[in-house]
Design a protein around this ligand. Structure first.
Ligand code: PEP
Ligand code: MN
Length: 458
């Protein structure tokens, strides 16, 4: 195995770009694991640098154009998937259920918005987590916190919790296998609009979801109308589905940053879209520096303590050219704060950068611990934050361009509420997440119908 990343001829333009890609190494990098063995880390870095890209830079550009359309109010972006993917869940069933859920949501949202929905999975790379505490304590015993399958193992065992850089290689292969199946599903006929609509009919057929039946019937009529007009549905047999994750582990993101042969510019080829989290978005930090140098469409999470000055400084650093589709702000304020905290940010940013896309993460500001100790979220709070997000944009005349959701296609019990009335006592029955609580399949579809109503009212 090689131990160094190949160096380009000094003095060339390409070498200068490549050197800039390592500027982050001199900057403070929050939330990085304490890898125990520098030699193993360096070997892993070299090996990752030799692997083929997971995505093509041209696809990132296509997504950038779609993000730009969403920012203009001509499309709606749906980003969703697990809080933390796990290696154990890289199975056909789990991946299919997630894709199915996203596609079902997208059909409903497309109808509500009368606009294309840009589909982006929090998938095929979401294997690392920032943690609020470096240690986890159970019964008086302290171990390093679980930081995602790309770093250490969830098992409550001192050995398992030691960060192991070889897991970065597994994260790459797990992402590769996931993306391969996602591409097969979305291009091979599984995503056919007629199937997806059939699945939605199953959802509204239950008594709890009867209030959504009217919209499902309208969609049905619209599809029969298209068929009667001679639409052959060929264009509706496949969909474009993009991958995304938080660009957290710089020892993964850097070796998967490459110079695009078409343009000579750097792209992060581990995913189409990458974002910087609330805990790593320091203006002079390593994450923002590396993201400022890649040409992908990128996102930044903004919590309720963000000042308008911070937001504008991030725009200036990450999108100095004000390139349409380049930058997405993902607001995650909490249902109780969105109406107060968001307007000043949107107002300030839209004055200097009207092309920035705003999407709503109604999950991360609404987490609390149930009396039983489970981390959970209330479905009603999640919906209320989305409603607040739409209200703020309606008042300002700006565009509420999308949603960022933690969801799964399975019947878990992690968030309370929704038409199935999951309550605190139900949490224990199917609580599977290793990190944050996700909307289950039904709750995700219910959210899509509710947001479709909000979109239709705009
Ligand atoms: C996340 O998206 O899982 C996350 C940690 O979010 P945030 O950075 O907004 O806290
Ligand atoms: Mn999360």
């Amino acid at each position: 195995m090689q131990t160094t990343v190949p160096v380009l001829a000094p003095g060339t333009a390409e070498a200068a770009l490549t050197e800039g890609l390592d500027a982050w190494r001199e900057l403070p990098a929050a939330q990085q694991p304490g890898w125990p063995d520098p030699q193993v880390l360096s070997d892993v870095n070299a090996e990752l640098a030799s692997y083929p890209p997971l995505v093509f830079a041209g696809e990132c550009d296509d997504l950038k154009a779609k993000v730009a359309a969403a920012a203009r109010g001509e499309a709606f972006l749906l980003q969703g998937g697990d809080c933390a993917e796990t290696f154990a869940d890289v199975t056909a069933d789990r991946i299919r259920n997630k894709i199915k859920t996203m596609l079902q949501m997208a059909v409903v949202l497309t109808y509500g918005a009368s606009m294309p929905v840009v589909k982006v999975g929090r998938m095929a790379g979401q294997y690392a987590k920032p943690r609020s505490s470096a240690l986890e304590v159970r019964g008086g015993v302290e171990l390093p916190a679980y930081r995602g399958d790309a770093v250490n193992d969830y098992e409550w065992d001192p050995q398992a919790r030691i960060p192991d850089p070889r897991r970065l290689l597994r994260a790459y292969h797990a992402s590769s296998a996931t993306l391969n199946l996602v591409r097969a599903f979305t291009k091979g006929g599984f995503a056919d609009l007629r199937h997806v609509h059939e699945w939605n009919r199953g959802f509204v057929a239950t008594a709890a979801n009867a209030r959504y039946e009217a919209m499902a019937r309208d969609i049905d009529r619209a599809m029969r109308f298209m068929a009667a007009c001679g639409g052959d549905f060929e264009g509706l047999r496949t969909v474009d589905f993009y991958s995304s994750h938080e660009a957290l582990l710089l020892d993964y993101e850097r070796p998967l940053t490459r110079i695009d042969s078409r343009t000579g510019l750097p792209y992060n080829v581990s995913a189409h879209f990458v974002w910087v989290g609330e805990r790593t978005r320091q203006l002079d930090g390593a994450h923002v520096d590396l993201m400022s140098r890649v040409r992908n469409p990128i996102g930044v999470k903004l919590g309720p303590n963000t000042s308008p000055e911070d937001a504008i400084a991030l725009v200036d650093k990450l999108d100095p050219e004000r390139e349409p589709g380049r930058l997405t702000f993902v607001s995650r304020m909490g249902a109780g704060k969105v109406r107060e905290a968001l307007p000043a940010l949107v107002k300030a940013v839209s004055a200097v950068a009207p092309d920035v896309l705003w999407i709503c993460d109604p999950m991360h500001g609404n987490t609390f611990e149930a009396a039983s100790g489970y981390k959970t979220r209330r479905f009603e709070d999640v919906i209320d934050e989305v409603r607040g997000f739409f209200e703020v944009h309606a008042q300002l005349g700006t565009v509420p361009g999308g949603l960022h959701v933690e969801l799964t296609g399975d019947d878990v019990t992690e968030c309370i509420g929704g038409s199935e009335h999951i309550d605190e006592a139900d949490l224990a029955s199917h609580y599977e997440t290793l990190c944050d609580p996700r909307l289950n399949h039904q709750q995700s579809l219910e959210m899509a119908f509710l947001v479709a109503e909000m979109l239709a009212e705009r």
